[in-house]
Design a protein around this ligand. Structure first.
Ligand code: LLP
Length: 463
């Protein structure tokens, strides 16, 4: 991910060099199943449909912009992860990608566990009936109140992220008369993004306790001494949008190395290892993500091999996919407002949302695709940039995309693969109201998170 973008957006001269972008796709009307939710297709009139419902109807009933989520696809992906890992492993959906009470219920029904990282996420999970013992509580700076609530609720594990937290959780658990199951999150000196990873001795970041310098071993020592903690394992999360499994290989090697040291020093074989999330999805047709069963097979083999060579019993594995489950299941539906062709450059297409509903393009230089979905078109492709309605030139949703040159105000366009980290990172910048999440299944749509209203905004503003 590049961080080279100008803070205020692209400079005027920041025009991509000739030939930088790929050629227009052979068929602008095609909806590549790699990037679109499973049930997305076009009806006989050329209007895109999801779960059997066409986008024009969805736009009429629920307005735009809207996140439209394919419930069958969400459930299918959750099930695929669950069955790929089988009964000897646990899948914790990472709620930070997108969490709502409907999602919690789907996860519960499909047999997944849930990773939360704030009091708000915990409250959402509990209020939708997720059994507390299937919840993992994460975060590098959990407040005392949050820890108290989590222990009291009986969460299945708290992932300890610092030396202070070992003591804090132990103290709170003791006060409440509990023995809290915990894991220790360590940093193994592996940073992975997309097709590359970097393995180093140290990691310069805020999460976890470094393996380097014996710090992780010291954390284990302290946790084992505290009666109110039950140390069940070690946790490692190495990055985001990862396609290449070799980063996990190095991470597992280092985690197992620690498990071996713990066995040698304390005579204890910790029973669990959590390898975090971070598995990549296709945002454009150029991305080739792996299937859950391939990932499960690769991770299980890596851990088993490492444990065999360290002569350890293979621990129970858990993983925390967020993006890989929810990311591909939703698209953002926008209405085109204005169209500005800039001669020799590109055409700016303004939609009725923007960086408030998808900050990822501005924040990470993330790539997305876009398609005209309210009709098909045989017009020539034009190079377009999809921008929002915010007062900021960096308010870009899709940096470079091809759309038909007869695109007109009032057309509906959709950006696929926006299920993860779009609604969950949405803001009210410019007092723009956050869009709803509409779940579609079997020809029926249901609002699972409603659109924000001006009343909602003003309710917080107490004058
Ligand atoms: N487990 C832990 C401990 C994590 O920190 C994360 C993500 C996950 C699991 C889930 O990762 P996933 O499978 O969804 O990649 N806002 C960024 C991503 C930040 C992820 C932070 N942690 C984005 O939009 O790409």
């Amino acid at each position: 991910m590049s961080r080279s973008a100008h803070p205020a957006g692209p400079r005027h001269a920041d025009v991509l060099p000739e030939g930088h972008y790929s050629a227009p796709p052979a068929d602008l009307n095609a909806l590549d199943p790699k990037v679109w939710a499973q049930t997305v297709t076009r009806d006989v009139d050329g209007v895109a449909t999801v779960g059997g419902l066409d986008v024009k109807t969805i736009a009429e009933q629920y307005g735009t912009p809207a996140y439209v989520l394919d419930e069958a696809d969400f459930r299918a992906r959750a099930r695929a992860w669950r069955s790929a890992f089988g009964a000897d492993a646990d899948v914790f959906y990472a709620g930070k990608a997108f969490l709502s009470r409907a999602v919690v219920r789907w996860l519960h029904e499909e047999g997944l566990n849930l990773d939360v990282c704030s009091g708000g996420e915990l409250a959402t999970a509990l209020s939708a009936g997720m059994p507390a013992d299937r919840i993992a509580f994460h975060g590098n700076n959990k407040s005392v109140a949050e820890i108290h609530r989590a222990v009291e609720a009986g969460v299945g594990r708290i992932v300890l992220d610092s030396f202070q937290e070992i003591v804090r959780v132990a103290h709170i658990a003791r006060e409440l008369g509990r023995r809290q199951r915990v894991q220790i999150r360590i940093t193994v000196g592996v940073e992975a993004h997309t097709h590359e990873f970097i393995a180093t001795a140290h990691e310069d970041q805020k999460f976890g306790i470094p393996l380097a310098g014996g710090q992780a071993a010291e954390a284990v020592r302290r946790a084992l001494q505290l009666d109110s903690l039950e140390l069940i394992g070690i946790h490692s999360h190495i990055g985001s949008q990862i396609f290449d499994m070799s980063g996990f290989e190095v991470a597992a090697h280092r985690v197992v190395g620690l498990l071996k040291d713990v066995r040698d020093e304390h005579g204890v074989e910790l029973p669990e290892i959590d390898l975090g999330g971070g598995l990549g999805i296709a945002y454009t047709s150029d991305d080739d993500p792996r299937e859950p069963h391939e990932i499960a097979k690769a991770l299980t083999e890596i851990v088993t091999r490492e444990c065999e060579s360290a002569r350890l019993r293979t621990p129970r594995i858990s993983v925390e996919p967020g993006r890989a489950i929810v990311g591909p299941t939703a698209f953002t539906l926008y209405e085109v407002g204005t169209i500005k062709p800039l001669d020799g450059l590109r055409t700016y297409v303004s939609v009725d949302g923007g960086m408030s509903d998808n900050i990822r393009t501005a924040l990470y230089d993330a790539e997305y695709s876009v398609a005209l979905v309210s009709r098909t078109s045989d017009a020539e492709p034009m190079l377009a940039r999809i921008v929002g309605k915010h007062c900021e030139s960096g308010d870009i949703v899709v940096k470079d995309a091809f759309l038909p040159s007869d695109l007109a105000p009032g057309d509906l366009v959709a950006v696929p693969a926006t299920g993860a980290y779009c609604r969950s990172m949405a803001s009210n910048y410019n007092h723009v109201l956050r869009p709803p999440v509409v779940a579609v299944n079997d020809g029926e749509a249901r609002v699972i998170v409603r659109r924000e209203t001006e009343e909602d905004l003003l309710r917080l503003d107490v004058g």
